[in-house]
Design a protein. Structure first.
Length: 207
């Protein structure tokens, strides 16, 4: 982690302005003690397009084990280019999104199972983004509570102009450069694990 902090500019997008880059570096060096409202730009900024990482007030989510569909706040997981319906594709592109639950409600369920001390320990790990399949969201912008994005419960829906309009109407927040960078990092850790400690060619894999 010290090496990453010292060489953080190697991992920054080249298109950022100097001011944005410097602010991002400063924010990353303060992580994880600065996860607060600086995560967000706002709820809606003019006619801004829907972007990866935008929070949406209500979308239909599929819970497979319970064979249940329900409405919940969600975060857009698909990349921004695929979300934009004006980008023509030779086949339709579905939009992936993940549900957001209330951290307080999740803590209550932990208390029932493990007690106060264990629950508080898990909540602290979530707030510091230490748990790989959760993305912690501080209260701010259009989100009036601390939230957890369930990255292991992604749902998808066909993209269309009508669906895109719904996303814009229901938008809760837009992530700042800092919030978006951490979101991409969590997506990378959850969905891709380069350091799986397995040499697939040299080791014998038993299936």
């Amino acid at each position: 982690m010290n090496w990453v902090a010292e060489n953080i500019e190697l991992f920054l997008p080249r298109y950022l302005s100097d001011d944005t880059k410097n602010n991002l570096v400063d924010s990353l060096k303060q992580f994880p003690d600065n996860i607060d409202q600086r995560f967000y730009l706002g709820r809606n900024i003019g006619g801004d397009p829907i972007l990866q990482g935008d929070g949406i007030g209500s979308l239909t989510v599929c819970h497979i084990p319970r064979q249940k569909f329900y409405s919940a706040p969600c975060i857009v997981v698909s990349n921004s280019c695929d979300v934009d319906p004006s980008n023509e594709r030779h086949t339709p592109v579905n939009i992936c999104y993940a549900p957001i639950i209330r951290l307080a409600k999740y803590r209550d369920s932990l208390v029932e199972k493990y007690g106060e001390e264990k629950a508080d320990s898990v909540v602290e790990a979530i707030r510091k983004q230490y748990i790989t399949h959760y993305f912690y969201l501080p209260a701010g912008a259009g989100l009036d509570y601390e939230g957890i994005v369930l990255l292991d419960q992604v749902t998808n829906a066909p993209n269309s102009t009508d669906f895109y309009d719904t996303l814009q109407e229901e938008r809760l927040f837009i992530l700042s450069q800092y919030g978006f960078y951490l979101f991409l990092f969590k997506l990378s850790v959850h969905f891709t694990r380069m350091g799986e400690r397995l040499d697939r060619d040299a080791d014998q894999i038993v299936t």
